[in-house]
Design a protein around this ligand. Structure first.
Ligand code: AKB
Length: 315
């Protein structure tokens, strides 16, 4: 089978950058972007695009057959904060879409799948610092429950049917090209926009909420590296821990102040505080390093500089 990639959920925060990266890497015509609605102009103009509902098996199968797809990146999901508001919608979207691609792979219609998991698989009883790959996992959010269940199914489909599914547990992702939507870590993107626009930010998480985070370039590199790694090197078929950096709202504020000294933050924690408090503060990603050579590159201060430089013309 020739390499032909389908990205489901291509217009979201990760999907947009992943699509552009894969098109540059493998050629535009080999990377089919799809989403429930159209995305940014740059993405729409850069290669083939299909309107596709991730919960519609027949529609996905039709696109897979028409384009002779060999690999699927399933990036459509409802994130933690939104899924708390719409539990059944979150569960249905996150689980149905995963089963659809797993079943396509089981029936040999595609060769390889990427499915993102999240630090949300961990819960309040998980060790918070340097959280190990294998540890207590009792997620307390709808999103976390769907991701943990998804991990179990990925491993099952691999062991039982030989499905080549690869996954990483993303931390909070920070990028300047596309806004995130509905996550608990979204503050770490919004803060840069507000710093430039208003020189102040009201945080929905308190000052000491340390969470694992990562700059988008690192996340894209990790995603493509695990997909391009030799099959034998992917020893974990649930999902790999992945670490970039860890910081709290106070620390990102200090980093921004090096460029915008008058920037001020204040705190009004809301329901997302409980979600954040149930997640780890830092992650042990030694298995990913050992198995497929993962290494993060971008630090908090480097990321701040990149974010502010790239967003400044917007405001
Ligand atoms: C969220 O905040 O829901 C996501 C995640 C950590 O998976 N960014």
């Amino acid at each position: 089978m020739k390499k032909r990639i389908l990205i489901i959920g291509a217009c979201g925060q990760i999907g947009t950058e992943l699509t552009m990266y894969l098109r540059q890497e493998f050629g535009s015509h080999k990377v089919i972007a799809s989403d429930i609605r159209e995305g940014e102009e740059e993405l729409m103009n850069s290669g083939p695009f299909e309107i596709l509902d991730a919960t519609n098996y027949e529609a996905i199968q039709e696109v897979v057959i028409r384009y002779e797809i060999s690999e699927v990146y399933l990036m459509a999901a409802m994130l933690s904060a939104t899924a708390e508001k719409f539990p059944m919608r979150g569960w249905n979207l996150n689980m149905d879409s995963l089963f659809h691609v797993l079943n396509l792979a089981k029936d040999k219609k595609v060769e390889k799948i990427f499915w993102p998991s999240s630090i949300a698989v961990f819960g309040p009883t998980t060790p918070k610092n340097n959280t190990p790959q294998h540890t207590i996992m009792e997620p307390s959010t709808v999103y976390g429950i769907s991701k943990q269940t998804g991990e179990r199914w990925c491993e099952y489909y691999n062991k039982r049917y030989g499905v080549d599914v690869r996954s990483i547990r993303y931390p909070g992702l920070i990028s300047y090209k596309t806004l995130p939507g509905g996550g608990t870590t979204d503050y770490a993107v919004d803060i840069y926009h507000k710093a430039l626009k208003h020189k102040q930010y009201v945080s929905f998480l308190n000052a000491e909420t340390t969470l694992p985070m990562m700059f988008m370039d690192d996340a894209i590199r990790a995603t493509v590296s695990i997909m391009e790694a030799d099959k034998e090197d992917i020893k974990i078929r649930s999902s790999y821990n992945l670490a970039g950096m860890s910081f709290d709202p106070e620390e990102v504020t200090e980093s921004i102040k090096k460029h915008i000294p008058e920037f001020k933050i204040s705190y009004e924690p809301d329901f997302r505080q409980d979600i954040a408090d149930s997640w780890p503060q830092s992650i042990d990603d030694s298995e990913a390093r050992k198995d497929w050579g993962w290494e993060s590159k971008v630090s908090l201060d480097e990321m701040t500089e990149i974010m502010l430089t790239n967003l400044k013309d917007k405001y």
